[in-house]
Structures are given as C-alpha cells and as structure tokens.
Design a protein around this ligand. Structure first.
Ligand SMILES: [Zn+2]
Length: 291
C-alpha cells in the first residue's frame, strides 16, 4: 500500500492519474454532447387540419408523385395502422389505393370493417356495406373512424338522450328514435349491453389493444390510444383528394370522436336495407358483384 502511495506521489504516477482523469472526463463530456444533440421526438398532435389543394413545402421537397398523392397516401398509411375497426361513412369512394387498404385491413389483419354509403356506391368493393334504398336524403357524410370504441346499446341510448333529449311521441321519428322510444331491447340486442365505455373497471385499451411497441408488421407507431377520426369535406375520389377546395381533419380528441361514433352507429342501425333480387336487376346494380 505504501509503495502505491509512493508511486502516485512520483512524477510518472501523477501523470498517470491526470491522464486517467482526462480520459474519463472527455468520455463523460462526449456522452453528454450526444445526449444533448439527440432531438426530442415530437409529441404527436391531437388534431391536424389539411386543405387538399394547399400543400406544405417540406425540406427536402417530396417527389412530384409523393406531392400529388400526399393526401391519399396519408389516408392509406393511417388505415394500414388500424388493428381493430374501421367505420367508414363516405358519400363517394372511388380511390383504388384506399379501397385496397380497407380490404387489406379486413383480409390480412381481421379488422372489423363497417361501411355506410349512398346507394350508388353499393357493391363497388369487396366489403359489405349498409345503405338506404332510394332514400330522399343523401348519406352525404365523409368521415372515417379507426380503432375507436364502439358504443354498446345502453351507452348509445344514454349518449343520444344526454345530447339530443328523450324522444317524445309528438316528434317526427327516425327508426333509431323509435327504437329509443319503444324498442330499447332491440337496440341492446343489436349493439350489446356492455362495452369498454361502461366497464370502467376494465382498461379501455389494455384489454383489447395490442401492447405498445412493434406489432405484427414491425411498426412501432400504433394509432392513438382512443383511435382516430378523419373527417372533412373531401369525398375519397381523386379530385376530392388531389385538386378540389376541400378540407380534412385528423383528430384523436375524444370530444370529437365520440359524436361521430354515436352518429355512425345511428346510421348503422338505420341503413339496413336488404339487397333483394328485385333490386339487383335494376340498372344501377346489374353489373356489380355482391358478397
Ligand atoms: Zn357500454
């Protein structure tokens, strides 16, 4: 021990200690520099608005192809991340890349796909859709819900009464209002009597969602916890997603997702017309394939 102390007190010993200290300090400073240089990952926005013919000029500039199909590609990328459900209410839907993404979700990942549309769109794709036959009122919505929580019958009734009031005998009823008024058992049968929304003891996500981290396709970026709403004025057509004066909002805010989910389920209840043989002979449907 004494010999070690003597060695460190000598010139070579002091040089060795100083050198070691310098080496350790420089390592610490270098690691600190790397840590500070690492840019923090931006927090995902809970709401983003896009205007179809207003493009963001990014650096580096995207290729003309990417630039042109920016809005279509964004929708496809979000649909490709859906793991549980897709609820689509779309007046006109003709973009092949998006329909392929919807079919891919259903066939490859067993995502539950529900579509309501206007009657002119029925039978265009390999997906079962619901619609109202020869309705005077257009199904003119353009929105899509990805991986959002479905309302059970009880929660759906409670939501509509809280938001719109209890249906009365004197108002003009829709089928849904009539069911709320006099066929609640039918609504419960249709939508179930419990869901994650009313099962507060269960986690809304842990019980159903895949764990965070890489999923089956190696992605590390799942959709927001309570799902995503895409809504706006754009039909999912090429002009509607490339050139028109149109808008689209992408949001994970529950205050926006919940009304659209409840409204989608109201339509899912109302738009339930069968495709019987007589209808299929009409020119509108004659050449289409139905599941
Ligand atoms: Zn419920």
């Amino acid at each position: 021990m004494q010999s070690l102390v003597n060695f460190l007190n000598n010139k070579p010993g002091k040089l060795l200690v100083a050198g070691g200290f310098l080496f350790v300090s420089s390592e610490i400073v270098y690691e600190l520099y790397l840590w500070l240089r690492k840019a923090p990952k931006p927090k995902p926005k809970s709401c983003e608005v896009f205007f179809v013919n207003r493009r963001k000029l990014l650096h580096p500039l995207p290729s003309p192809q990417e630039f042109l199909f920016e809005h279509i590609n964004r929708i496809v990328q979000y649909i490709d991340r859906a793991e549980r459900s897709i609820c689509l209410a779309m007046y006109i839907f003709t973009v092949r890349e998006i329909s392929e993404a919807v079919i891919r979700a259903k066939q490859k990942r067993s995502v539950v796909v529900r579509v309501v549309t206007c009657e002119s769109m029925v039978g265009n794709e390999d997906i079962k859709v619901q619609y109202k036959y020869k309705s005077e009122h257009l199904m003119h919505h353009k929105f899509c819900l990805l991986d959002t929580e479905w309302y059970c019958g009880s929660c759906l009734i409670a939501y509509h009464i809280a938001e719109y009031g209890e249906p009365t005998k004197h108002m003009q009823h829709t089928l849904f209002d009539k069911a709320v008024l006099s066929d609640r058992a039918g609504l419960l049968e249709r939508f179930g009597s419990s869901c994650a929304r009313c099962q507060k003891t269960k986690s809304r996500t842990k019980s159903k969602r895949r764990p965070q981290g890489p999923n089956s396709r190696g992605e590390v970026d799942p959709l927001p916890e309570h799902g995503l709403l895409i809504a706006g004025s754009s039909n999912w057509t090429s002009p509607g997603l490339i050139t028109h004066w149109d808008n689209m909002t992408y949001t994970s805010l529950p205050d926006m997702i919940d009304p659209f989910t409840a409204e989608f389920q109201r339509m899912w209840y109302e738009f339930n017309d069968p495709l019987d043989k007589a209808i299929l002979k009409e020119p509108l449907y004659r050449d289409r394939k139905f599941k």
